[in-house]
Design a protein. Structure first.
Length: 146
């Protein structure tokens, strides 16, 4: 693929099951703390995700955990903004993304948290509610401009 070539495709069954297994891992982590809170894909998840960000990492794979938490945040984005999970492929490879309908508007929530931490932003300063509002505004603006 050249620099301008990209494609997005729906998740296949294996990918959907993999993402579901990731959400179950987070729910099991919460249960291990004695919590009966479970992920719902709603804005109710944001305080739970903030707590996990602040208290983690919980394994030796901190980047993997951030990707899982980013995926759970992606579920919130999908439900609140009207985005759909896809596999985005370009010359750099493939990654899970959220797409706004069939439009050329993509969000990569699994990478968002990793990139912020790698850039030096403390986990305690990451505000998922603000990120949700910014992405919702960008999606709305994209729709309005189309």
């Amino acid at each position: 693929m050249n620099a301008r070539t990209m494609k997005a495709r729906p998740l296949n069954d294996v990918e959907r099951e993999g993402m579901a297994a990731e959400r179950r891992w987070i729910d099991e982590l919460l249960a291990g703390f004695g919590s009966d809170v479970r992920l719902t894909g709603s804005t109710d998840d944001i305080p739970t995700l903030h707590t996990l960000l602040d208290r983690g990492p919980f394994t030796e794979d901190a980047v993997g955990e951030l990707e899982l938490l980013g995926g759970a945040f992606g579920d919130v984005l999908a439900n609140q903004v009207g985005l759909c999970w896809v596999v985005y492929e370009d010359e750099m490879g493939a990654d899970f993304a959220l797409q706004l309908g069939a439009r050329n508007f993509f969000v990569f929530p699994r990478d968002m948290l990793v990139k912020r931490i790698e850039a030096g932003e403390p986990a305690s300063k990451i505000d998922l509610s603000v990120m949700l509002d910014e992405i919702a505004r960008a999606a709305h603006d994209h729709l309005r401009e189309a």
